[in-house]
Design a protein around this ligand. Structure first.
Ligand SMILES: Nc1ncnc2c1ncn2[C@@H]1O[C@H](COP(=O)(O)OP(=O)(O)O)[C@@H](O)[C@H]1O
Ligand SMILES: [Mg+2]
Length: 393
């Protein structure tokens, strides 16, 4: 990345912090029980379900959002949600995530699940902790357009220079060990903040990690151009809000994608898990991501040669999933074995993470991502884990 691009990134970060400062002030003012305010008409009245699905805090951000005008639009991905790429008036690249909804004769949204995904994403992206974090993709605005028989919902996001982690790995297989380490720490920093805010991602995988130019202020006081990549989490359509240490009710993991799942995930059970297992689930999958970063672009994980049969694609994934369910942590042993060619300093770093994440028993995993970061920072192994919580059978 050129020095010029780096300066741009730094300037954008400073502008974001200034803007957030004024939003925080405006928000405090708005949330005070002062005289009744005049709300912008539209969003809630067009969309009664929004008030059901989104807290007032998020609604406030939506009301205040001024969507950018975007031109030169091209399609990145099509589906129930379409991802497009364009430029705003200042020429900045931007991602446009759009979902169309239709209404039934009673005026209710037909595609309830899609609407819920959209609302979970907006709720996370407008969360104050998330807005201030440098390892979660930035939301630039939202837009709500009436269609003939429905609504078009739009989220504008900052554009990731190198696409998702899977794409990045296929074009940058030769990145250095310190660059890989930084990507692992970036993901950990984003995830740790989410968990601190009581948010669980629920669908961590290489396609939901975006790679940008530039440093993350969270880790780099002294930035070196050599380390010029930064990872940020995206796609919060499968996320959950909850309190990590209460059993709570069961929740459904809508988007978890094998092999980026923990052993307790069972798709035959529609991916249902007690709320308290969401944090250990994310922690396990973080280990899977770190393993993938360590191995590079092998697809899906390039470990067929370690099994007795020749495995490809789905059969490799099934084999991995079965291996995870052995209580003797056979999966961890396999993952560690694949690191034998990694230089020693890197191997120790990865092994420490894998040992405190890829464990069959929840009690053997790090209790929090923060604990793990402490461990990576030279803290003692013995302090882990601090909670004893058995996986229920
Ligand atoms: N901000 C972004 N910058 C660049 N590419 C993005 C961005 N957001 C999404 N994408 C691309 O679109 C893909 C799908 O986006 P995502 O938010 O994960 O939606 P979905 O819910 O369809 O999985 C990502 O894997 C990535 O390749
Ligand atoms: Mg995704």
């Amino acid at each position: 990345m050129s020095g010029l691009r780096f300066k741009e990134v730094k300037k954008a970060r400073e502008a974001k912090r200034r803007a957030l400062g004024s939003i925080a002030q405006a928000r405090q003012h708005d949330l005070l029980p002062a005289e009744p305010r005049q709300r912008k008409p539209g969003v809630t009245s067009l969309f009664p379900e929004l008030a059901e699905l989104l807290p007032p805090d998020t609604m406030l951000f939506i009301q205040k959002s001024t969507p950018p005008s975007v031109y030169g639009i091209s399609v990145v991905q099509e589906g129930s949600t379409t991802i497009r790429k364009g430029r705003d008036e200042a020429g900045r690249l931007m991602i446009i995530k759009q979902t169309a909804l239709t209404f039934d004769s009673g005026g209710r949204v037909r595609e309830r699940e899609i609407l819920e995904r959209f609302c979970r994403e907006v709720r996370v992206l407008y969360h104050t902790g998330v807005l201030y974090n440098d390892n979660i993709v930035d939301i630039v605005g939202t837009k709500w357009d009436a269609l003939d028989a429905g609504q078009l919902l739009t989220i504008f996001l900052e554009y990731a220079d190198f696409g998702n982690l899977a794409e990045f790995q296929s074009t940058h297989n030769e990145i250095t060990w310190s660059q890989k380490k930084k990507l692992c720490l970036d993901v950990a920093a984003g995830l740790s903040m989410l968990h601190d805010c009581g948010i669980f991602h629920g669908d961590l995988k290489p396609e939901n990690v975006l790679i940008f130019c530039g440093p993350t202020l969270a880790w780099d006081d002294e930035w070196d151009e050599e380390d010029g990549f930064c990872a940020k989490l995206c796609d919060f359509g499968s996320s959950h809000f909850g309190i990590w240490n209460l059993w709570g009710e069961d929740v459904t993991l809508y988007g978890a994608t094998p092999p980026f799942t923990a052993p307790e995930y069972d798709f035959r059970n529609q991916g249902r898990l007690p709320l308290c297992l969401l944090s250990p689930f994310d922690i396990y999958v973080f280990g899977m991501l770190v393993w993938r970063i360590a191995l590079g672009a092998k697809t899906p994980l390039g470990i067929s040669e370690l099994s007795n049969e020749r495995l490809h694609g789905d059969s490799e994934i099934r084999w991995l999933q079965d291996l995870k369910r052995f209580p003797d942590d056979r999966f961890l042993q396999l993952a560690t074995k694949t690191l034998s060619s990694v230089p020693i300093n890197g191997r120790l770093f990865y092994e420490r993470i894998l040992k405190s994440t890829l464990r069959f028993k929840v009690a053997d995993r790090a209790s929090t991502i923060k604990k793990m970061l402490h461990l990576l920072d030279g803290g003692e192994d013995e302090s882990l884990p601090i909670i004893a919580m058995d996986y229920p059978r």
